[in-house]
Design a protein around this ligand. Structure first.
Ligand code: PMP
Length: 391
């Protein structure tokens, strides 16, 4: 087989099955309405929960940082690429998260990879929810630790895994705080109780909870009043925070260890000044403008209630991530296309991102959406849903 023919064959098969995806470029800034293919549509597919990607305070902070510090850092953090602002931001973040220390990575993805791959050896075991994010799975794959996967949010299955692994040096239970495909919240109080009973470490990935759950968006741990009882909180700066990056909020010991052993931290150049300055401004916004999070939850309720009243199945969602469960891959993509015709951008999520038969449209409302926009989106959903006999 010549060159990349073996890859092209797989792509052709995906095209036959209807799972080949074209990237869809936005022709405008991210926001509640975006321009795609020359058409203005209501955006229901971003993770820009609070609309911070275009918040004036973040933009101003980024502009000022570029003027003063340029556009890049020219080095990894451990050689010559640590700016004073990186450290100031980490201190601010630790204070915000009520933890001793925080460390920023280039993305949420590399944070999970970096943390899991560096703190575990073949003497340890990692116990992971079956629906955890791909970056957790990849992080686990990079370790020599033993693995146990427990049934999704199933505490009996978790306890069983904890019982079976009592002979390891360290056990770490890892869970998403909010699951990205169904929008349900991990039963953290139970996970903490079991992990304490069996003396395991706990790691929570708050990618979809930072800026969304807890006081001022402090995340799942704070939401459940569990500050100080979860050893490792990771999260992203790329979703509600509106910029780019990932973080670990934990102890100074873990931070120091990751600075020495966390490979994505050690071997990849640090964030440009504009990114860090904008992230820092975002934390200020979370503290100063709690009304954004209130609006996000009001919008979520309005939209979810509307969908349920129309007869759509939104599954087990408890957060702004609201899936519309359809089942069939082709029908889901057809529904998404029809919504686009009616002025709404809501991407279909099909196999292999979700199992066969579990295809869905995943919607995420933001604090930026107006009630009028959400009502317009609901109308489009009703029209398309009736046309395709989904409702
Ligand atoms: N964890 C979870 C649960 C996520 O949904 C994502 C984003 N897709 C990530 C980690 C990765 O975050 P980032 O986009 O910052 O790399």
């Amino acid at each position: 087989m010549k060159g990349f023919d073996y890859l092209q064959e797989q792509l052709d098969q995906m095209k036959d099955e209807g799972t080949f995806r074209e990237l869809i470029p936005l022709e405008s800034a991210q926001g509640s309405r975006v321009q795609i293919k020359g058409k203005e549509v209501i955006q229901l597919s971003s993770n820009n929960y609070l609309g911070l990607t275009s918040h004036p305070k973040l933009k101003l902070a980024a502009e000022q940082a570029i003027k003063e510090f340029g556009v890049g850092t020219g080095s990894v953090r451990t050689i010559a690429g640590t700016l004073k602002m990186h450290e100031e931001f980490e201190q601010k973040l630790a204070k915000f998260k009520h933890t001793e220390a925080a460390l920023v990575f280039q993305s949420g993805f590399t944070t999970n990879q970096g943390v899991l791959s560096s703190i575990l050896t073949d003497q340890d075991v990692v116990i992971s929810d079956e629906l955890n994010h791909a970056s957790i799975i990849d992080g686990i794959r990079l370790t020599k630790a033993a693995r146990k996967v427990y049934k999704h949010v199933n505490m009996e299955s978790l306890e069983q895994a904890l019982k079976e692994t009592q002979n390891y040096r360290k056990r770490i239970v890892v869970t998403d705080g909010v699951f990205s495909m169904d929008g349900n919240i991990a039963p953290l109080p139970d996970i903490v109780m079991l992990s304490e009973k069996y003396d395991a470490l706990i790691m929570v990935d708050d990618a979809h909870a930072s800026g969304v759950l807890g006081n001022n968006g402090r995340g799942t741990v704070n939401h459940f009043g569990l500050d100080g009882r979860v050893h490792i909180q990771v999260g992203t700066l790329s979703k509600a925070v509106g910029v780019l990056g990932g973080y670990v909020a934990s102890t100074q010991t873990l931070k120091d260890y990751l600075i020495h052993k966390g490979r994505p931290f050690l071997f990849s150049t640090s964030h440009p000044p504009a990114v860090t300055a904008a992230c820092e401004a975002a934390v200020d916004v979370l503290l100063e403008e709690p009304s954004l999070i209130e609006t996000l939850w009001e919008n979520t309720k309005f939209f979810k209630d509307g969908l349920t009243k129309m007869g759509f199945d939104t599954g087990i969602s408890e957060t702004p991530i609201t899936p519309i469960l359809i089942g069939d891959d082709a029908k889901t993509l057809q529904f998404s296309d029809l919504l686009f015709d009616y002025g709404v951008f809501a991407q279909g999520i099909v196999f292999p991102t979700v199992p066969k038969g579990k295809a869905r449209i995943r919607t995420i409302v933001t604090a930026e959406h107006t009630k009028e926009e959400l009502a317009e989106a609901l109308n489009a959903m009703e029209r398309a849903g009736k046309e395709l006999n989904i409702i």
